[in-house]
Write a protein that binds this ligand. Structure first.
Ligand SMILES: Nc1ncnc2c1ncn2[C@@H]1O[C@H](COP(=O)(O)OP(=O)(O)OP(=O)(O)O)[C@@H](O)[C@H]1O
Length: 252
């Protein structure tokens, strides 16, 4: 579904954030990307939906080269590959419903969305996704009145409005407490299993990785150093990925 070959990303300031990363993603996977802070995880995700343009190498999505696409092909790609972020990026003073409906923006157009002109079909669809993320009954609550975990679930529902085939989750639980982190991960897993959306997610805690990932890749200094099953990350691999001094912290 996604084929990444010899991917490099050099930022204008000279930072070489990705140094020849290659891997494939198959439909239906729950792929987790791990690695120390600064290893290139966010850069990698942002190259996949072309928020960043790679400096070298190639990315193909469903057989088409997307490495340098622009204009309409890029807009099509962005609706196929949705994204959620660590800080949710909701419109705080708007309701859950309006936030979720704003996920249709690229199809609806800015004018219609400013005036709240959404079709009945979009509203039904938004209700369905709000229900899938467990927020039924909260449609008319303001986003900034919700807990962090609930806000991230609104962000998931908003991303689903574009019917994405892939959902990128850039450290989706990094701002949340342990119990809430599990809840958000469970909803991501539900979206993966019940809707068949392929998930690619950056995570810091290995205990979450073991519980939710179907496959893991690890980055170190911009290079891919591990690709395999979460349960195969033993003590030795842990130290290789995170360094000799690292101690595993579990999240219950
Ligand atoms: N916009 C940018 N301009 C210049 N350098 C950047 C930019 N974004 C990231 N970097 C640098 O690229 C490297 C990789 O950063 P990236 O954010 O991809 O890592 P990460 O593994 O996601 O880290 P974290 O877990 O802290 O989010 C780091 O050295 C970072 O400082």
């Amino acid at each position: 579904m996604l084929n990444v070959k010899d991917l490099h990303k050099k930022y204008p300031n000279g930072t070489h954030a990705l140094k020849g990363v290659s891997f494939d993603v198959t439909p239906g996977e729950f792929l987790v990307v791990i690695g120390l802070s600064g290893s290139g995880k966010s850069t990698l995700l942002r190259c996949l939906n072309r928020l960043h343009e790679p400096s070298h190498g190639s990315i193909s999505f469903e057989g088409s080269d997307i490495t340098h696409i622009k204009g309409q092909p890029l807009r099509n790609l962005r609706s196929n590959i949705g994204m959620i972020f660590q800080h949710f990026n909701l419109i705080p003073r708007k309701t859950v419903m309006t936030n979720v409906l704003s996920g249709t923006l690229s199809r609806t157009g800015v004018f219609k969305s400013i005036f709240g002109i959404f079709s009945e079909e979009d509203r039904e669809k938004a209700k369905r996704f709000i229900k899938i993320v467990g927020l039924e009954g909260k449609e008319n609550q303001r986003a900034d009145n919700l807990s962090g975990g609930q806000q991230q679930r609104v962000a998931i529902a908003r991303a689903l409005m574009q019917n994405p085939k892939v959902l990128l989750a850039d450290e989706p639980v990094a701002s949340l407490d342990p119990a809430t982190s599990h809840s958000v991960m469970q909803y991501l897993k539900k979206v993966n299993e019940e809707l068949g959306v392929t998930v690619i997610c950056n995570l810091h805690f290995l205990s979450l990785v073991r519980q939710y990932a179907s496959r893991v890749i690890a980055l170190k200094g911009g290079k891919l150093i591990y690709e395999g099953q979460p349960l195969d990350i033993d003590e030795n691999w842990f130290k290789t990925i995170y360094g000799e001094e690292a101690v595993e912290v579990t999240i219950d």
